[in-house]
Design a protein around this ligand. Sequence first.
Ligand code: ADP
Length: 458
Amino acid sequence: KTSNYDVVVIGAGGAGFSAAIEAKNAGANVVLLEKMPAVGGNSLISGAEMNAARNWVQPKLGITDDSPELHAQDTFKGGDGKGDMKVINVMTHNALDAAKWCRDYLGVRFEDDNLFFFGGHSRKRALIPVGHTGTEFIAKFQAKADELGIPVITNMKAEELIKDKDGRVVGVKATMDGNTYEFNAKGGVVLATGGFGANPQMVKKYNPKIDERFKTTDAPGTTGEALYMAERAGAELVNMGYIQTYPICDPISGVIELIADARFDGAIMLNQEGKRFVEELDRRDVLSEAILKQTGGYCWVLWNDKIGSISNTVKEHPTEYEAFTKQGIMKTCDDLKCIADFTKIPGEQLEATIKRVSSMAGKGNDKDFNHRSGLVDMTQGKYYVIKAVPSVHHTMGGVRINEKAQALTKEGKVIPGLWAAGEVTGVTHGTNRLGGNAYTDIIVFGRIAGKAAAEAAK
Ligand code: ADP
């Protein structure tokens, strides 16, 4: 079966929805294809914080000296200088506009008095969606797509990009239940298929150090075959070995422990001996590596109500709280003795660590690891503790794009008719994506790609 569109978008996560909505608003007849039975991808299960320098919450927290340039520098440095500065600058300079588009056009609700301070950032700049997950975004994306009449076809897997004799991408061959469908795309195709973190063979192929011991935080559809599809169409895949593990995940399932985001407000990380071993707000790769070096290759994240009352993660994630507690990896205690009993951390050392941490509370006082936003007094309970391990989270590599989200060949030539946006691309984050940059990336480049493909159809 063949159908004709101006723009075909592959993958219904944040990048794909952004592209489809912008294409539609630019006048294109657009279709969004999703291989899974439900939309959302990693964008749905993400914490979904979104970095934007000079956002509307920053002044309320006294932050008045942030800028897109600073955000770009942090991103470049956070990726060890392996990101493409031209692409990074497009992301950071369009971040605020993208966030406002989400807020004002899509109706995404953000917390209006708090931000996340993710590792590797020099300023606190991540907006927090209500509920602290991607559900808020995806629900609004879906509602907008419905309102605009954009067909979203689930269970439809893109298998092959179709090129015309001049090498322009003019459509997609896809399958559903063993039947083949062709979607012609007059303007072009936007690839928004996400990463490959949930494909252990592919992860190991590109980074042999990340082997079977690692679970993944990713949505089950994050299996990356579409990267090979892009490669067959001539796109260059770059930085494929740069694979991020998220440091704080469930040792049993591998899923991210959003409840332990109390870390951003002062929760500490302890090893089985009851000692801190790293600055808790360091980069994800640094934390992951440090954790794997500890006894058993795991750590305990510990906080008290004083910390918990800031971002309220226990209240924000009630299902996690219940599940992790039932599972026996999380415990709530009135005193440290109960924490020591549960974790089997030697009680004396635990007391000593908490005493030391509390004595160094406040910004600039952490003599041990120089905690960038300051340790918090932990002498009073209640206490919350959860066991955590690193788990495969984000694949930084992917399709090489330019600052217009056009897919490029090995020779650096534009592949006409092919745009890519989001985790499927490989030049923004270098060796290591900073927290809060995925949402900025997917929305900024999804929008750019969708608009451009729509223009090309005219
Ligand atoms: P991003 O954050 O870049 O938007 P997501 O992981 O949120 O990435 O979304 C990517 C989506 O693409 C997922 O829902 C995934 O199931 C879907 N997808 C991946 N490969 C294909 C494919 N070959 N055909 C259709 N959809 C795909």
